[in-house]
Ligand binder design. Structure first.
Ligand code: SAM
Length: 281
């Protein structure tokens, strides 16, 4: 089988498995098994796959038919142009979360040596990206679960983010709140409401429930963070959350009840209110 045939076969198998992004995924898989760039694939599409590559392709297609996440198969995923290790035990970075990076950069523009706190850090994709892009910043990340924290530590090294550090701790106990004067507190917390966990995508079922379940109405973490961390922000500092679909209004209400001002929300690329923010008055 040559590369072109393998690509078509992969596309067909993924489409039959009900995978929405089957064209994108088929391209990624062919790149992964051949080690070729997009341009190299175009130049070499009649090359035959080796026996090893063909076996690898068959195994990956099987895994995807079972809806095992592509991010876990690759063991890494790109977020805002940087690569992060991922695997079982940690949530894979999502493109939606890049909305938080955009909003953070807009807020941090012109600030000198900002202090940033990333709560519920997981792979560390938010904190590490900000540490890399705002080179004079200092970033502290907080993650409760050791398995996820291990990925964040590896990702700090991988991205050479010497200005980022991670502590293992619980946001319900205010871990990381001791240090005051943060310019920005950012968090993509677990936010799926209790009764809706069964409705998540088949791939998400392989990801840790502790990264997803946000309590009865999905808003437990927002209440805890707004309550425990408001005083750790500088006056004029920003609290910035990722929101699930339809949650922005509820989060704004929480921020209002804790006395924040200039409360607002920003849309992601799909027009969903994804980033909710507020300033400490
Ligand atoms: C939705 S994931 C977000 C991960 C990462 N920030 C991202 O955007 O991809 C939420 C993360 O919160 C962590 N977490 C869950 N409960 C926590 C708690 N009580 N304190 C700190 N972290 C917690 C989970 O382990 C998970 O890594």
């Amino acid at each position: 089988m040559n590369i072109f045939e393998a690509y078509n076969e992969t596309k067909k198998a993924l489409e039959n498995a009900g995978i929405e992004d089957y064209v994108f995924e088929a391209k990624q898989i062919i790149k992964y098994i051949t080690g070729f760039s997009n341009a190299e694939i175009l130049m070499n599409y009649t090359n035959r796959l080796t026996g090893y590559q063909q076996n690898r392709l068959t195994a990956i297609i099987r895994q995807r038919e079972l809806r095992y996440p592509l991010q876990y198969i690759f063991g890494e995923w790109s977020f805002y142009g940087r690569d992060f290790y991922v695997g079982p035990g940690v949530l894979a970075p999502r493109a939606d979360t890049e909305t938080l990076i955009e909003k953070s950069l807009e807020f941090l523009k012109g600030k000198t040596a900002p202090l940033i706190l990333d709560l519920c850090a997981g792979s560390g994709c938010i904190g590490i990206t900000l540490a890399a892009l705002v080179s004079d910043s200092r970033v502290l990340m907080v993650e409760k679960f050791p398995e996820a924290a291990e990925y964040a530590r590896k990702n700090i090294s991988r991205n050479g983010a010497a200005n980022a550090a991670l502590i293992e701790g619980d946001i319900f106990e205010g871990a990381g709140a001791e240090e005051c004067g943060y310019d920005l507190i950012v968090s993509n917390p677990p936010y799926i409401p209790e009764g809706e966990l069964d409705a998540v995508s088949p791939e998400t079922k392989y990801e840790p429930e502790t990264a997803l379940a946000g309590g009865g109405d999905g808003l437990d973490f927002y209440r805890a963070i707004a309550g425990n961390y408001g005083k750790s922000l500088k006056k004029g500092g920003m609290m910035l959350f990722e929101a699930g679909i339809g949650q922005a209004a509820g989060i704004k209400k929480i921020l209002n009840s804790y006395g924040f001002s200039q409360i607002g929300a920003a849309e992601d690329l799909n027009g969903i209110l994804r980033a909710v923010f507020a300033v400490r008055g």
